[in-house]
Design a binder for this molecule. Structure first.
Ligand code: FA5
Length: 344
């Protein structure tokens, strides 16, 4: 019993004098390890009589508990002191300026889309989206292009099933927007988005972008279409831009037009950009066909509308002097860097 008390006192004294965690760890091994002094005392039990054993066991265990409690308390105190020291010395000044991240630049298509959206939103239009995987019904049938119509050949398409295809034109959203507008409030929308056709060369890509415009209300006329497209093109290509409307054919508009803009490189005199004609073809447009109105929930005797659609890639190419459409889709940073602007 005296031996137990002696070992305990020694241990407590050593703990008291310890100045760091390492010393405490050593004390732990010295007393509680496999060959530790308190462990050794328990092993002595084998030499005792049956009556002495429980008494002695209780005394050793209580000594162990006391030493272990004092030891753990001191360990915790050291750990806390260390953490406090760390917090003091490793303070972070969140007000210091951060390290600079090299900025990317906006894709030329994104620039063109944003510019168009800003303009049309300022004129009271909504920007609307539709599915890229579209049904034959919305992409063609509801636009006055029934199955087997010869004008379907004008757009070489990617069909997934006989009923689903990758949309060939944002015009598909015309029908969706008209069907959704059950209250027949004035409809003024633009639809920028991806479109897909089976074509690939310097001016045609299998994936490209269009922006559709649609206005349906009472008393909408060709004058509204002409005025809107003039504002649109002058905003994008410069105030001196002139427009030329040529009769054309689209199944969903009647009358239909191809709209050319005066060449902004030569001002209409003729150059290699406009193939010496002075004009560049940029839009398809027209007055919404009465069949399209009635197929999508509108009475053509009461309502009228205009629609237009343009290739955004082509617009971006002309605006920025890009010669190959494929550059827009290759994600080459050397190409994209050329459109870096500090004012974004
Ligand atoms: C249309 O797609 C009609 N939906 C436009 C329209 C809307 C007419 C509303 C009337 C009323 P078109 O097939 O011409 O029309 O295509 C329009 C524009 O998309 C083209 O002038 C061209 O700039 C662009 N485009 C067409 N195919 C490709 C292609 N493979 N790659 C890049 N641009 C293309």
């Amino acid at each position: 019993m005296d031996k137990v008390e002696e070992v305990k006192q020694n241990a407590l004294q050593e703990i008291e004098q310890a100045n760091d965690v390492a010393t405490l760890e050593a004390i732990k091994v010295k007393y509680f390890g496999k060959k530790g002094e308190l462990t050794a005392l328990l092993k002595m039990m084998g030499t005792l009589s049956a009556e002495e054993k429980p008494k002695f066991g209780a005394i050793v265990n209580s000594a162990k508990e006391e030493v272990s409690e004092v030891l753990n308390k001191k360990m915790d105190a050291f750990a806390k002191a260390e953490m406090d020291k760390k917090l003091q010395t490793e303070k972070i000044d969140v007000t210091l300026p951060g390290s600079k991240i090299i900025r990317g630049s906006k894709h030329p298509l994104t620039r063109v889309i944003e510019e168009i959206e800003d303009l049309f939103v300022s004129m009271g239009y909504d920007v609307v989206a539709g599915p890229e995987l579209e049904t034959d019904e919305y992409c063609f049938e509801r636009l006055n292009l029934p199955k087997g119509h010869p004008a379907r050949d004008m757009q070489d398409s990617f069909y997934i099933t006989p009923e689903y295809l990758l949309r060939t034109q944002t015009s598909a959203v015309q029908a969706r927007a008209m069907m959704a507008n059950t209250e027949k409030t004035p409809l003024r929308i633009i639809v920028p988005g991806k479109t897909y056709r089976r074509e690939d060369d310097a001016t045609h890509s299998h994936q490209f972008n269009q922006v559709e415009g649609l206005v349906v209300d009472k008393n909408i006329s060709f004058a509204d279409l002409k005025g809107t497209l003039e504002i649109f093109m002058k905003h994008m290509l410069g105030e001196d831009t002139k427009l030329r409307f040529r009769p054309s054919y689209f199944p969903f508009t009647e009358p239909s037009y191809e709209v050319d803009v005066s060449c902004f490189k030569c001002g209409g005199k003729g150059c290699n950009l406009c193939k010496h004609t002075g004009w560049i073809e940029l839009l398809g447009a027209g007055i919404v066909h009465p069949n399209v109105l009635s197929m999508n929930g509108y009475d053509p005797n009461e309502y009228s509308g205009f629609a237009f659609g343009t290739g955004l890639d082509r617009l971006a190419m002309f605006k920025y002097g890009i010669t190959d459409i494929r550059l827009l889709y290759e994600n080459d940073v050397r190409f994209l860097k050329q459109f870096d602007r500090k004012d974004d």
